[in-house]
Design a protein around this ligand. Structure first.
Ligand code: ADP
Ligand code: MG
Length: 265
């Protein structure tokens, strides 16, 4: 489990995340939603151990501020919101960086891992291509393959590992949005933990076991999908009239805007 309590992050003197407490469990997909600028990325960077914080963040019981980077890298892999590259790396070289960061197992497995990871993100045959010559969506999937290589086994020696994904499907077509979210769901079903920031409320409704809503740097709501994806909570946080619809027969709910959003509902 990743457990934050009383977590605050300031950049300079400006508070960006204030007093957030949350639990992201192994075996579950936890989705963070919230408007632009609400602190989602900053929260995830703190959870991944990239930036200093006040309060507490424990990953599998260890306070991450006191955990060495090598140990953290074996426990969690992070897909940043945007990744720019100045050098002409091939796809294989980028994906292999994940192996160097993590501890994927034996050498034989490491050799095949980039190709296996690329296949999973639907990029079989891309290993020799230059990253910079790919489309934005293809680049995003290469980065995901890199991250998957880092924590290929969701559980290692009985200890769960975590995927932290900042807007992993923001540039993807609908098929690849589903491919990537299914990879995340599989990772969780096999015992790992996933924390993903999403803007798409319908993907959230389909894939989230647990939903965390950020607003103005604070936790606005947190709970099971059905407790959080509610008209009043979404309208308040996103400042826009939204209707959560349920179809008969237990299908996943879907969210539709009610009017053009020109202000508060
Ligand atoms: N390095 C930084 N320096 C100054 N302000 C920052 C920095 N990073 C983020 N912020 C500010 O913190 C707020 C939250 O940003 P962010 O966590 O990226 O939000 P989100 O991911 O929800 O869109 C924004 O107002 C942003 O301008
Ligand atoms: Mg962000």
């Amino acid at each position: 489990m990743i457990e934050a309590s009383g977590l605050s992050v300031a950049i300079g003197v400006k508070p960006i995340v204030s007093e957030v407490s949350l639990k992201a469990r192994a075996g579950e997909v936890t989705v963070i939603i919230g408007p632009n600028g609400s602190g989602k990325t900053t929260l995830m960077r703190a959870l991944s151990g990239e930036i200093p914080y006040a309060g507490s963040i424990r990953m599998n019981g260890n306070e991450i501020a006191g955990t060495k980077l090598g140990q953290l890298s074996a426990m969690r892999a992070v897909l940043p919101q945007a990744t720019s590259l100045a050098f002409p790396f091939t796809v294989r070289e980028i994906v292999r960086l994940g192996i160097l960061d993590g501890r994927p197992g034996g050498a034989a497995q490491s050799e095949r891992l980039p190709e296996l990871a690329l296949e999973r993100v639907d990029l079989a045959g891309y290993a020799g291509r230059f990253y910079q010559e790919l489309s934005g969506g293809e680049q995003q999937r290469v980065q995901l393959a890199r991250v998957l290589c880092q924590v290929w086994q969701p559980v290692e020696e009985g200890v769960p590992r975590y995927l932290l994904l900042d807007e992993p499907v923001s540039s993807l077509d609908i098929r690849h949005q589903l491919v990537i979210m299914e990879i995340a769901q599989d990772f969780a079903r096999n015992g790992g933990g996933v924390v993903a920031i999403l803007h798409d409320l319908n993907l959230t409704a389909m894939f989230a076991d647990h939903v965390i809503v950020m607003s103005g740097g604070r936790l606005a709501a947190s709970g099971a999908r059905a407790e959080v994806l509610k008209d009043d909570i979404l309208a308040r946080v996103f400042q826009c009239a939204l209707k959560v619809n349920a179809l008969p027969g237990g299908m996943v709910p879907f969210v539709l805007p009610q009017t053009a959003c020109s202000g508060a509902p």
